[in-house]
Design a protein around this ligand. Structure first.
Ligand code: DX5
Ligand code: ZN
Length: 220
């Protein structure tokens, strides 16, 4: 089952609760929350207080994508704010295995994100510890950037490892995902689609989500 996770980064920040309700009613599966620190990435968004304020407004699982460095001191605050999935960047975590264990101890699902230039080898050995791998198909920092097709080989390789080892790890793709790029990442093996501008920027969010979901025939 393909999961569609609209990224709040492209929502109207003056009306966040309404925007979340709009995509929840439109059939979103998860809500993707992009946390940026102006240091690991060249942009700033929001932190635990905003996430905590939004938590009572929706039943959607919160898929929190942390683009911050250092990350370890902040993990508990994001979990307390309501993060169900916590994804950290391999490039921001010198002791990645320890960070993953800390996320698990907090009771959240564990995720690791890879920038476009980062090799899949960085997660190969810890794959059984991960509930999610997030392959970035743009350089993180901004919504509305163009999809980088170079990520498709990486998606295929990671999907192969997940299958070989019989894991339940989710494989997510984030950046430039819309109706024309979704089929490419789905056929490469992704099963979570993060989409900001393609959902929040569309006049009809329900159609936009259906277009992403229906962009490939289900496996027989
Ligand atoms: C980029 C963020 C993405 C972003 C995607 O750093 O991680 O989640 O919001 O936006 P679109 O779908 O517009 O590329
Ligand atoms: Zn993201």
């Amino acid at each position: 089952m393909t999961v569609v996770a609209p990224s709040l980064l492209s929502a109207d920040f003056a009306r966040l609760a309404d925007e979340i309700r709009r995509v929840e009613d439109a059939g979103a599966d998860w809500l993707h929350l992009d946390v940026m620190d102006g240091h690991f990435v060249p942009n700033l968004t929001f932190g635990p207080p905003v996430i905590a304020a939004l938590r009572p407004h929706t039943r959607l699982p919160f898929d929190v994508h942390l683009m911050i460095e250092p990350v370890d001191p902040q993990l508990a605050a994001f979990r307390e704010a309501g993060a169900d999935w916590i994804t950290v960047h391999v490039e921001a975590c010198p002791h990645l295995h320890r960070t993953i264990q800390a996320i698990r101890q907090l009771g959240a699902k564990t995720g690791v994100a890879l920038n476009p230039a980062t090799s899949e080898e960085t997660v190969r050995h810890i794959l059984p510890e991960l509930d999610l791998v997030l392959v970035m198909s743009v350089n993180p920092g901004f919504g509305g950037q163009s999809y980088l097709p170079l990520v498709e080989d990486k998606i295929r390789t990671i999907r192969g490892w997940i299958k070989e080892r019989g894991l339940a790890t989710r494989l997510s793709v984030d950046g430039g995902i819309g109706p024309s790029t979704a089929p490419r990442v789905l056929s490469a093996g992704a099963d979570v689609l993060v989409a900001g501008s393609a959902v929040f920027g569309a006049p009809d969010a329900k159609r936009a989500i259906a277009a992403l979901r229906g962009s490939i025939a289900p496996e027989p």
